[in-house]
Every structure is written in C-alpha cells, then in structure tokens.
Write a protein that binds this ligand. Structure first.
Ligand code: ADP
Length: 388
C-alpha cells in the first residue's frame, strides 16, 4: 500500500462531503475548494481552501497540494483546471473537455445526438424568432432551457401555449444577465418515468450501477427507488445507452446519466452530470460500492468496485420546507434514527432556504422487498422532519 494520496476537489458541498467520507478508507485524503467557510465537506475533509470555484489562486493552491484533481460542481472552470493540471502535472478527471461539453446544454445535446445516442429533439434559441420557428415545428408544449448555469430546475421554463412565450423568454434572459436568450428549446417528452444510471470510467474499464427510478417535483429530485419499476428489457436498454454515453465522454470518474422512459419503453437521455449524482446516493447503503467510493477509485486510477445491488432500496431527499432563509434547525429526525432499516445523511449546512437540499435518508429492504413499500416508508420518514 502506498502512502496517503490527496484528492483535490473543486466544491465542498454535500457531494464533496460524501466523497471525503468515502475516500478515507481507501487511504485518500480530500482537500476541497469552496467559497463558503465551514462548507458541508469541511468537517470531514483534510482541509478546506476558502475561495470561489473559479478563483485562480485557490485552484492553483488546490493543485499544488493534490495528486489528483476533480470537481463536484459544474461551475468549476474547465480552462483553469486544464491550465493548472499542466502546470502542476496533476491529472484532472473527468477531462476538462468533458466539463466544457456538459456545461453548455446545447453543446451537450449536440454531442449526444452526433454519437447516435437518443435525445429529445431540440433547437438552438438565440431570440424570439428562433423560438417561434421551433414552436411551428414542435407545437406546444415545449421546454425552454438556458444553455448554461441552470440547476435543480432553475433555467428551465415549460411553455404551454402562445401566451407563455414572452414570459418564458424573459425568465431565461434573466439567467443570462440580459445577453439575449442563449437558450435551447426541446420537445416536451411525455415520459412515463424518469430513470437514471450512475456510470463510471476507470483506467481502461467501465461499470454501471443498476437502473434507478427518480421522482421529481418542481423539477427537483424528491425520491429514487432501485431497482426501477420497469421490465428487464428497459433496464438493459438504459444500460446500453449509458455505456454509449461513457464511451463518448473522456476522463475517469463517475457520471450521473438522467434519462426519460417513454410509455412505449423508448429511452432518451435528458442530461449528464460529470460527477456523483443525487440519484446515486442510494448506492451508499444499496450497492456493493458507493458512487462516491467509485468516483475516488476512478479518478485515482484504482480498480473500479462491484456495482451490484445489495437489496431493493428507496432514497428520499430532505429539502428546505420553509418560506424564508433561516438557520437550519431540524426536528423530527428521531424517527429516522430509530427505524431499523433507515440510514440518515445530514449534510451539515448551517442555513436552510426553500427547497435547499439539506440531507437524505434511505430505507433498505430485503431481496424480495416491494419497492412501493420502501418508497412509502422513506416518504413517511421524510415527512416527519421539518425546519419549521
Ligand atoms: P436541471 O439541470 O435543472 O436538473 P433538467 O434539464 O435535468 O434540469 O430538467 C429538470 C427536470 O425537468 C427533469 O428531471 C424533467 O422532470 C423536466 N424536464 C426537462 N426536460 C424536459 C423535457 N424535454 N420534457 C419534459 N420534461 C423535461
């Protein structure tokens, strides 16, 4: 066994926290760069550098202390990561080029389509004329998306009919600081379910976790159940699509691949995250290797771990259920702690605001457990906790 290695992570949110927790048993220490003092990762990481994700001094300091660099947030700066990677001779994974492709939803979708990976039909939208031309083709409804900077539903606006067009464009233009639309429009997918595959690339190998099924409300992930409630053929098709996505992208590490399943069983890719993903949190208790350990293994060039499901499992996010930003004072978590099959992950955020991701819980079953029941239990436990 070699000496302890250091993984430098741009971002120290909950993903950075769970990465640091998973890295320690492998003999890997984590240093994070995050602008918020006492960020979620800081109590479990070796150290935190306080600085913006794209702060040159901060990223250079991170590189100078790291054997490998990665990022847990798409706001990382690919040009800067590439430059410091060269300067300090530190490998950066996933490849900054992959981050560049993924950061721009239009470029991402174009790359997927070009590779023959199924995606909803889409058009570039720079102004109202582009949008109206696309509406002539697609009809209503459609989904208008900011190309960059959106997350957890921000930067996505559904357009139901003609009356919505002006307001939707104005909302997207707000996210681009008045620099025109810089958007894309997609046909509205009448999906039956949303599903996702967590995939990983190692040194010359790939691995995929079992298909998860995701429930979103207000475009924010609420729950994941695994295995997804679909037949084997759909799960296999989703795995094939995920493998194609992994082939297309360069750089080691974990990728979250979100997909739609149409009523006829067709799979299309919604979007890709070049990092561990909320829909893969279930792997901590539910799979032989967690997505966080898998990311550390992949980025550092260690062999990938086994991805088999231990048992059916359900995950529920704990979100800010209040109207105003306030100190994070949670009550009701005793129920989670006293449930024999539940696990609790608190992210250590000091402030809560509406719909902020504050923690999650899982409920694990046995080989033949009914996922509906697990989902119900996870929701019940989640509904007991409140910040009010
Ligand atoms: P974000 O980057 O904010 O996660 P996504 O593009 O993944 O945004 O969209 C968030 C959610 O919005 C999806 O999980 C899905 O529920 C819905 N959505 C996105 N694109 C479409 C689409 N083309 N048709 C129908 N629903 C969509």
């Amino acid at each position: 066994m070699s000496d302890t290695e250091t993984l430098g992570v741009v971002g120290g949110g909950q993903l950075g926290r769970m990465l640091a927790e998973a890295a320690a048993p492998l003999g890997v220490e984590v240093v994070v760069l995050d602008p918020t003092p006492e960020c979620p990762a800081s109590p479990v990481a070796r150290d935190q550098i306080v600085g913006e994700f794209d702060d040159e001094e901060g990223v250079r300091e991170l590189a100078s202390r790291a054997d490998y660099l990665t990022y847990e947030i798409e706001l990382a700066d690919p040009d800067l990561l590439e430059a410091v990677g060269w300067e300090f001779d530190v490998p950066v994974h996933p490849d900054p080029e992959t981050l560049r492709t993924i950061q721009d939803k239009l470029v991402q979708k174009e790359a997927l389509r070009e590779a023959g990976i199924p995606v909803p039909d889409f058009r570039q939208v720079d102004d109202r004329e582009d949008l109206e031309a696309a509406l002539d083709e697609f009809g209503y409804p459609v989904m208008l998306k900011a190309r960059e900077g959106g997350y957890d539903g921000r930067g996505n606006v559904p357009i139901e009919d003609e009356a919505d067009v002006g307001a939707a464009l104005a909302e997207i233009e707000e996210t681009t600081d008045g620099e025109g639309a810089n958007a894309m429009v997609e046909e509205f997918v009448d999906f039956e379910r949303e599903v996702s595959v967590i995939g990983a690339k190692g040194a010359g190998e790939t691995a995929t976790f079992p298909l998860g099924e995701n429930v979103h409300r207000e475009e924010i992930l609420r729950e994941t159940v695994v295995p997804a409630r679909t037949d084997e053929a759909v799960a296999e098709r989703a795995r094939e699509v995920a493998e194609d996505v992994l082939d297309l992208l360069s750089g080691r590490g974990v990728y979250g691949i979100e997909m739609f399943k149409a009523p006829d069983g067709e799979i299309s890719v919604n979007e890709i995250a070049p990092r561990p993903h909320n829909s893969g949190h279930y792997t901590i208790e539910g799979a032989l290797t967690s997505q966080f350990e898998q990311h550390v293994r992949g980025v550092t060039g260690r062999p990938l771990g086994a991805t088999d499901l231990r048992s059916p499992i359900a995950m529920a996010n704990i979100l800010g259920d209040i109207e105003e930003r306030q100190p994070a004072d949670l009550s009701g978590d005793e129920e989670i702690l006293s449930h024999p099959d539940a696990s609790y992950h608190w992210y250590g955020k000091h402030e809560v605001y509406p719909l902020r991701k504050m923690g999650h819980l899982t409920v694990i079953g046995e080989a033949e457990s009914d996922t509906e029941e697990l989902l119900r239990d996870a929701r019940d436990l989640r509904d007991e906790v409140t910040f009010e």
